[in-house]
Write a protein that binds this ligand. Sequence first.
Ligand code: ADP
Length: 179
Amino acid sequence: MQTSITVGQASLELVQGDITAQPDLDAIVNAANAQLTTGGGVAGAIHGAAGPQLARAGRALAPIAPGEVVVTDAFNLPNRRVLHALGPVYGRDEPPDELLASCYRQALELAAEEGLTSVGFPAISTGAFGFPLRSAAEVALRTVTDALRQPSSVRLVRFVLFSADDLRVHAEVLADLQT
Ligand code: ADP
């Protein structure tokens, strides 16, 4: 199973793990809700680890629209920044592929504006928001590889997948993208 590739000057890695436990990354991406409040899933884990200041920082920036990304400090997380991306709710927010791609593209643009070198992504929209995992992985990996071919401060993108199955599907999609 291939879990890392080089794209331009950057590495793209796939790992199984918890996005709140990636201390070597400058920024992690939150699969946020529009109000930037805590909620469940990955947002619950990120807010829990960051502390209540994260929701307070979000309040000033909310609401955000599907496909939009905003940046805050990371507070008690071991990272410098949290990039809050609102993925599409599958079956409601249209067109889903473009809105999901926008999350990945805007997150990498914001990271570059902040001069960050490493970013971790969860599988945005594939939990409570219901985006089919394989289609989401295709959009995510295609968008990130396209973005990394452009000049940027970002040298490492890590997809932090929660389950072994999520990791396997992403690895299969990555292999297909290269052929
Ligand atoms: P969304 O509402 O965008 O679908 P969810 O948080 O429900 O977001 O799920 C997005 C993905 O994040 C799912 O694949 C879920 O399994 C995964 N996930 C949940 N907790 C974590 C975590 N601590 N680290 C990484 N991924 C996580």
